[in-house]
Design a protein around this ligand. Structure first.
Ligand code: SF4
Length: 359
């Protein structure tokens, strides 16, 4: 509790904001990109952008796991559900649009789609009902991939298989650097993912790209500190990898979780919703675990999907190119109650966060 109060101390926040004003460039605009739905929530919910000078812009990258899941993989889950397989998934996956329908639409038509709070819930359901086939639709970044990996390595019941759609964060950060007219000046790297992959996973950004990179936690002061740390590097004309989130993130990260991921999965190229195929950005089950691969077991593979419904600008929101309010559908026909695009579905989606926080 004390820790929490300390990280929300208004006096301290005002002092950091003053320091940010002091070292921010006076004329040129700098763009700092974070890659995490929770960071966007903290920034928007606590109004942190209002504390920044006009020359410091903080943009949201592709840090929402359900937003980046391509429609083709939602379609695979829908096909399985329609075939009579029990599809289990996290709650916010239910409403993510596929090319034609979401899992919630399939459920409304009678398919057996069940919300779980963890992969272990799916294991327990499969054990209880051995006569049915179950699939766990495994989405998320390196934060959730280890728990999927651990259950696969434990040899789950034979009637449970996995539709693996996990993605890796560092390749998405590299993608952003390749977008010519985006011009990012610094990164705030995600705290949760970093507890697993460690600081070392971001070494490439200052070394190869000369990009200031700061791993940060999720309290308002964490984020303000991280912005200050990036600005300080820019002011000094250096690019370092720094750790603001020392209370949770180490250089090596969680080596046990990494070991589980690399025993269960190979790293392959992966589709990201609206962003195309990114090299070495997705996990796929290793051949020795193919018996648990739902795509192999049920021979389902959809290679092309429709990621963006007409008018939807999610691909531009996800790379921080536009703000949600610049999408013509925002809060007109795309709302949290009736989302058109994936960014309006999840609590971690930028459009949804803006819709809930900005009135
Ligand atoms: S407002 Fe809706 S349609 Fe527009 S970018 Fe956001 S989620 Fe996509």
């Amino acid at each position: 509790m004390f820790e929490q109060l300390k990280f929300r101390d208004q006096n301290l926040a005002s002092r950091i904001a003053a320091k940010i004003q002091e070292i921010a460039p006076k004329n040129d605009v700098v763009k700092i990109c974070h890659v995490c739905g929770t960071h966007e929530w903290t920034i928007t919910h606590y109004g942190l952008r209002s504390l920044l000078p006009p020359t410091v812009e903080v943009i949201a990258g592709p840090g929402c796991p359900v937003c980046v899941t391509p429609a083709s993989e939602v379609d695979e889950a829908v096909v399985l559900a329609i075939k009579g397989v029990v599809v289990t998934c996290f709650g916010d996956v239910l409403r993510v649009p596929g090319s034609e329908q979401s899992l919630l639409d399939a459920k409304a038509k009678g398919a057996d789609v069940r919300v779980v709070y963890s992969v272990l819930d799916a294991v327990r359901m499969a054990e209880k009902e051995p006569s049915k086939e179950f699939v766990f639709f495994a989405i998320g970044f390196e934060t959730t991939a280890p728990s999927t990996a651990i259950e696969i390595l434990r040899k789950p019941p034979k009637n449970l298989s996995f539709l693996v759609s996990h993605r890796l964060i560092p390749p998405a950060m590299e993608l952003l650097l390749g977008i010519g007219d985006l011009h990012i000046d610094g990164f705030i790297a995600p705290g949760h993912v970093s507890t697993v992959i460690g600081l070392k996973a971001y070494e490439i950004f200052p070394k190869a790209y000369r990009m200031p990179t700061v791993v940060a936690g999720f309290e308002p002061l964490d984020v303000l500190f991280a912005i200050y740390m990036v600005l300080k590097q820019l002011r000094e004309g250096v690019a370092r990898l720094e750790n603001e989130y020392v209370r949770a993130v180490s250089w090596e990260g969680n080596t046990k979780a990494q070991e589980a991921m690399y025993k269960a999965f190979d790293i392959v190229d992966g589709e990201w919703r609206g962003l195309g195929k990114l090299p070495s950005s997705a996990f796929r089950l290793k051949d020795e675990h193919a018996a648990f691969d739902a795509r192999e077991k049920f021979r389902v593979r959809i290679t092309r999907g429709r990621d963006l419904p007409p008018g939807c600008q999610c691909h531009l929101v996800m790379i921080g190119k536009i703000r949600p309010t610049e999408c013509p559908l925002f809060m007109k026909i795309c709302t949290p109650q009736k989302p058109v695009g994936a960014c309006m579905v999840s609590m971690e989606g930028t459009c949804r966060i803006w819709a809930k926080s900005i009135r």
